[in-house]
Write a protein that binds this ligand. Structure first.
Ligand SMILES: Cc1cc2nc3c(=O)[nH]c(=O)nc-3n(C[C@H](O)[C@H](O)[C@H](O)COP(=O)(O)O)c2cc1C
Length: 298
């Protein structure tokens, strides 16, 4: 079993409420992360303001290196919408995009989702709205602007901007269409010992799994499934048809990277480490499912 990644303890700072040594420190951090994850929504209607200079500089610094458990570099490029003539039929008021590029290789899509989601959550912390866009854009234009080379892929881009006071009608319709305000029940996603046998987690794990449950996914399909066995959380992709192409990779594997990022963030926020490995335990799983990775909490 190869250890690919041992995530470092990296809790989110709560500068206003920190009481050193108090047992409620962890509690507050957890509440804050949970609140951050639960409050994040895709934003498709922006107020047309450019990013504040300090926010732009912060993002420029952050995107230089967003590691993932698979040690696959994901490169991020900022693109001015006007300069490159970029738009998306589902967006309004956006001025700036970020595009992510990754070399095509096994686990590139999972790594991409992990690193991109770290950026999404970082931006949300600054009050910047985002939405991963894998389909609803003129892909050729974005790929040319981002300088995607042969052998690389650009699964998604996202606008970066401040949410408008009111969602556009097209955004409201879009959210309704994919049921963006609901998620699959946890007993259908998280299993104990075998596929399909519902897991009853303790309170801490229930919180972390809730953070996974509310992760964003392409068309809100939530393709992640987890089997807990002998203290290890094994992640699977439950595939739907039509989400994989040469240009995007498998967008549902990108979703799995996102789910993994939420899980690891939740674990780290508990002051623990998450060891991510790729070692298929060989459980009996449905034909349309695929093993992705395992996480041991230590
Ligand atoms: C990999 C990926 C690709 C996505 N592609 C699109 C897209 O092409 N167009 C779009 O409007 N939303 C897209 N979304 C946003 C999802 O529709 C959205 O995350 C989901 O409906 C859940 O809503 P929420 O993010 O507000 O929780 C994508 C999300 C992910 C994770």
């Amino acid at each position: 079993m190869t250890i690919l990644y041992c995530a470092k303890y990296n809790c989110i700072k709560d500068t206003t409420q920190f009481e050193p040594g108090a047992s409620n420190f962890k509690r507050r951090n957890m509440d804050r992360l949970k609140e951050k994850i639960m409050s994040r929504k895709s934003v498709r209607t922006f107020d047309a303001r450019p990013l504040l200079e300090q926010h732009l500089n912060d993002i420029k610094e952050y995107i230089k290196d967003i590691p993932n458990p698979f040690d696959i570099p994901v490169e991020f490029v900022l693109l001015d919408a006007k300069e490159y003539g970029l738009s998306s039929p589902v967006l309004s008021g956006e001025q700036l995009y970020v595009a992510g590029k990754v070399e095509k290789k096994p686990y590139a899509d999972v790594a991409f989702g992990y690193s991109f989601e770290k950026l999404i959550m970082h931006a949300w912390d600054l009050g910047i709205g985002t939405v991963m866009i894998g389909g609803t854009m003129k892909r050729d234009l974005f790929e040319a602007a981002a300088g995607v080379k042969s052998g690389d892929m650009m699964p998604c881009v996202s606008p970066l901007g401040y949410p408008a006071g009111k969602r556009s009608v097209k955004e409201i319709m879009m959210r309704k269409g994919v049921g963006a305000d609901s998620r699959i029940s946890s007993y259908k996603l998280f299993f104990k010992d075998e596929w399909g046998k519902a897991l009853t987690p303790d309170d801490d794990m229930a919180e972390i799994l809730e953070m996974v449950r509310w992760a964003p996914s392409a068309v809100n399909k939530q393709p992640w499934r987890i089997i807990l066995k002998d203290g290890i959380y094994h992640f699977y992709e439950k595939k739907d048809k039509g989400y994989a192409s040469d240009a995007t990779g498998d967008l549902q594997k990108t979703d799995l990277g996102i789910a993994l990022a939420h899980f690891v963030m939740g674990v780290e926020d508990k002051g623990k480490r998450a060891e991510v490995t790729v070692s298929d335990p060989g459980f009996n799983i449905p034909n349309d499912a695929e093993y992705i990775a395992s996480v041991k909490i230590c």
